[in-house]
Design a binder for this molecule. Structure first.
Ligand code: PMP
Length: 434
């Protein structure tokens, strides 16, 4: 009798309905493959070089200094020194007075900031517009909140005169974007500079999005974690600074990307208090706050950057300069072997066309798995080079539309990029002289 009743209990479904269909995650699979097989890992997005010395030194000082309260809880919505300096810094960028207590909230990385937004704003039946290709967590996060993602793709245009394609050649079709807005649309997620393409949305493109948001009373969740990683003198335009947008936009940032310290998991949101007050509710009832020491050190980093703003010593000027060189390096080495790169205007990612390598990894017709995914798995197992298939950044129905590209991360030491180049060169030689 006892065992029967315990069996009956065990047959109940354990997972909540909101988890159905979102239990698979490509990062789990590709991070494991890279750990098992890769000699050179250009897959997951993180630098393999250290954060700047001033930040590491600040961390050591904070840990071992007099102020032992840095080991205790701090204010839930952000350690006071950090929200204060973020308010000053973003106030300057946006040209408006920001209240550190109501216009800024610190989160556990940009990831938790995104989670707070979807939980706070999206109800059952609400639609959220997501521009493809997109940072993959947007879709499951919208679904977990009960919302329906509505996808609109960036469409590539072939470049003229045999030039390399640029991320700027991937554009929204204005009519298509307009058609996605309706009474059900609650929010749009904007990610500029965009992961994975490195596209930096132009002012004109942002104005189109902004006009639609205002017209349809839609919120904008603006993921700007790569805001400092913009190349060739391009400008990162903040959509919150456009007409009518401040009141409906949450800006999301990340110290992980900003200071090359992804493991610290310090992120933030900046926006009007009418929106942030609801992020407070989610944050308070989930993680409460993130590590005090890490927040203190990020505050010191921003203090330094505020003082050096626009000067050559500023990390926000030095980092993109170094990364632009790394980008050019990887562009050259991919172009030399015929894995055509799409030159990114921003971020530390680069997408490359694998069509010329198809003979090495033949297509399997009618396979459920997109070609680029099989290619990336084959490449890490057989060549020791890890990258991420572009189809991972598309919704299920569109994965096969763009399935002959892979994404590389170039926030890597010179030696790592050189090792990648060696692998590609050797592969190319083997291909041409069997
Ligand atoms: N948004 C985008 C577009 C990202 O690429 C990432 C990290 N890969 C995040 C958010 C998450 O940032 P964090 O590490 O600060 O949580």
């Amino acid at each position: 009798f006892l065992s029967l009743s315990s069996q009956a209990k065990m047959s109940r479904p354990v997972q909540a309905r909101r988890l159905e269909g979102i239990d698979k995650n490509i990062w789990v699979e590709f991070v494991k493959l890279a750990a098992t097989y890769s000699k050179v890992n250009l897959g997951q997005g993180f630098p393999d070089f250290p954060p700047p010395d001033f930040l590491k030194e600040a961390f050591v000082r904070a840990l071992s200094g007099e102020n032992h309260m840095l080991h205790q809880y701090t204010r839930a919505f952000g350690h006071p020194p950090l929200v204060k300096v973020l308010a000053q810094f973003f106030g300057k960028l946006l040209g408006r007075d920001l209240d550190p207590m109501t216009n800024v909230m610190v989160t556990v990385g940009a990831y938790q900031a995104l989670f707070c937004c979807f939980q706070a704003f999206v109800d059952e039946g609400d639609e959220v517009i997501i521009i493809e290709p997109f940072f993959d967590c947007y879709e499951p996060m919208v679904r977990m909140a009960g919302g329906t993602p509505v996808f609109v793709p960036l469409r590539p245009k072939a470049p003229k005169d045999g030039k390399l394609m640029s991320s700027a050649d991937w554009q929204l079709d204005p009519a298509e974007l307009t058609s996605k807005f309706s009474k059900r649309t609650k929010a749009i997620v904007l990610n500029s500079p965009n992961n994975p393409l490195g596209k930096v949305f132009s002012r004109g493109e942002l104005e189109l999005i902004a006009d639609l948001c205002v017209k349809h009373d839609v919120l904008c969740i603006s993921d700007e974690v790569y805001e400092w990683l913009v190349y060739d003198g391009k400008e990162h335009v903040r959509i919150a600074s456009l007409q009518g947008m401040w009141d409906r936009t949450v800006i999301i940032g990340s110290a992980g990307k900003t200071f090359s310290a992804t493991g610290w998991k310090v992120g933030w949101t900046v926006g009007p208090s009418r929106l942030l007050q609801h992020l407070h509710t989610v944050h308070q009832n989930s993680v409460y706050h993130c590590a005090t020491v890490a927040q203190e050190v990020v505050a010191q980093g921003f203090q330094r950057e505020l003082e050096l703003y626009g000067k050559p010593e500023s990390y926000f000027i030095q980092l993109p300069k170094e990364l632009q060189q790394k980008r050019d390096w990887l562009v050259q080495s991919l172009d030399a072997v015929g894995m055509k790169p799409i030159v990114p205007e921003g971020t530390y990612f680069l997408v490359a066309d694998i069509s010329e390598f198809k003979s090495d990894v033949p297509d399997v017709p009618n396979s459920d798995e997109p070609y680029d995914s099989r290619f990336a798995k084959w490449m890490v197992k057989n060549k020791g080079l890890a990258a991420i298939p572009l189809s991972a950044f598309y919704c299920g129905a569109h994965k096969n539309n763009y399935n002959h590209f892979i994404r590389f991360c170039f926030a890597k030491e010179e030696a790592t990029l050189k090792a990648a180049n060696d692998i590609l060169q050797k592969w190319k030689r083997e291909k041409t002289s069997p």
